[in-house]
Design a protein around this ligand. Structure first.
Ligand code: LMR
Length: 328
């Protein structure tokens, strides 16, 4: 009988391309929300899947579920704690319920570019953040880059006043809500998979995201244009459950971790190319990209920076100073 479950299984096989796992293999389900081939996270997850399945064949088997086909980011961490999924890479903004230390990454204009983000994440302060949620049952395995965020709306955005009164989709993060309020806009938290429809139907007027997400989800098709603000960062934590990680035999955990660290290093080093290709693809598809003059950009910074004071207590003045020291 062809049931709904059969249909769902076929869709998953078609979208993720994973081979069936063999009996006796440790199954690792990895759920994420982006496409697989033109996106920093999707490419990294697919490479991880391929390497685990090639190099750990017979021992471990990874199945990647992209495009929110298994869980969206609001569900995936709870599912991980229930043991229903073993890996995920939500953006750092999505860990609000588990730790406040990642709030530093959401603070607008904290990092000048992805190189500064990388240097901060690689520092002792950044590396310690991977263990900030172990008390709550989650372990960070590595930071995965996406890129700097841009701002789009159904009208041109050149100065912060242009955003006044508009409704902006945000990830569910208190910092991002405060950032939009500081611009006189109204923040509307929403799952990633719902954003295109909300922009198209006018439920929201605008959004902020990286080039690869704006391209991958086709947001540019339902917006007047995108302004190259580079005002914030959107990065990920590759995360697993402490219970599951600790349950692995030592040599299996060591081999998996080696592959994870190598994939992380390789794909983080290549993120600039994926980001630039997505930006170019938007232009090639007829999307509008607006650049800011230094004066216009300074006005965005002035409007958003007061948000730092609001969250300094959560983030720590010393961490802010450390982050700033990596800006060129
Ligand atoms: C978003 O919700 O906008 C992003 O976190 C999606 C993603 O995973 O890049």
């Amino acid at each position: 009988m062809f049931t709904a479950a059969t249909a769902a299984a076929l869709v998953m096989t078609a979208t993720s391309g994973f081979a069936a796992c063999d009996d006796g293999e440790i199954v690792v389900k990895f759920a994420h929300v982006t496409n697989t081939d033109k996106h920093p996270k999707g490419i990294a997850a697919s490479l991880l899947e391929q390497r685990v399945n090639d190099e750990m064949n017979g021992v471990m088997c990874m199945e990647v579920f992209p495009n929110s086909t298994l869980y969206n980011d609001d569900q995936v961490l709870e599912a991980m704690l229930q043991g229903d999924v073993q890996m995920a890479a939500p953006s750092l903004s999505k860990f609000e319920q588990f730790t406040k230390v990642f709030r530093i990454f959401d603070l607008p204009f904290m990092f000048s570019d992805i190189e500064a983000v990388d240097a901060f994440q690689s520092s002792d302060t950044g590396q310690a953040m991977k263990e900030s949620m172990t008390r709550r049952g989650l372990l960070g395995l590595g930071f995965w880059h996406n890129g700097m965020k841009q701002m789009s709306a159904n009208k041109p955005l050149l100065v912060p006043e242009d955003a006044n009164g508009l409704k902006f989709r945000v990830q569910n993060s208190d910092v991002l809500k405060a950032q939009m309020s500081a611009m006189g806009a109204s923040p509307q938290p929403m799952a990633f998979s719902e954003v295109y429809g909300a922009l198209q139907t006018g439920v929201v007027d605008g959004q902020e995201n990286t080039w690869s997400n704006i391209y991958g989800q086709k947001f540019f098709e339902v917006q007047d244009g995108t302004t190259e603000t580079n005002h914030g960062v959107l990065d990920y934590m590759l995360v697993t459950s402490t219970d599951w990680w600790d349950s692995l035999p030592d040599e299996v955990r060591t081999q998996l971790n080696t592959i994870v660290q190598e994939v992380t290093e390789t794909r983080n080093a290549a993120v600039g190319e994926v980001d630039a290709a997505a930006r170019q693809a938007i232009l090639d598809a007829g999307g509008v990209i607006r650049e800011l003059t230094p004066q216009q950009r300074a006005a965005w910074l002035e409007a958003m920076k007061p948000v730092w004071t609001q969250f300094e207590g959560d983030v720590g003045a010393d961490n802010i100073a450390a982050a700033q020291s990596f800006n060129a």
